[in-house]
Ligand binder design. Structure first.
Ligand SMILES: [Ca+2]
Length: 95
């Protein structure tokens, strides 16, 4: 079931992941907060989205500022690894 204006990328490239992270960053501050990540997991019907978001952040937040920095290649690489391992769908807005 596809949502209007969004498509799921089957084999996302790094550029696709960056686009996805920018769409996850709903307040457009350049960082992914635990709440923003939790909302993605909740929308995709993952169980315990708050707990999972916390775990993902712990793994990816290398400088321990409580956020994932979309400008940090290392933190982005970690969250890509997490998303791939957990089967999180990479939904990219078409507009
Ligand atoms: Ca944000």
């Amino acid at each position: 079931m596809a949502m209007q204006g969004v498509f799921t990328v089957i084999n996302p490239t790094e550029a696709d992941f960056i686009k996805w992270l920018k769409s996850v960053d709903t307040n457009k501050d350049g960082f992914i907060s635990k709440e923003e990540l939790q909302e993605v997991l909740r929308m995709q019907k993952f169980w315990f989205p708050g707990w999972r978001a916390g775990r993902a952040l712990n793994r990816a937040d290398l400088n321990h500022n409580g956020l994932i920095d979309i400008g940090s290649k290392d933190e982005v690489a970690k969250i890509i690894e997490y998303a791939k391992a957990r089967g999180i769908r990479i939904n990219i807005p078409t507009s």
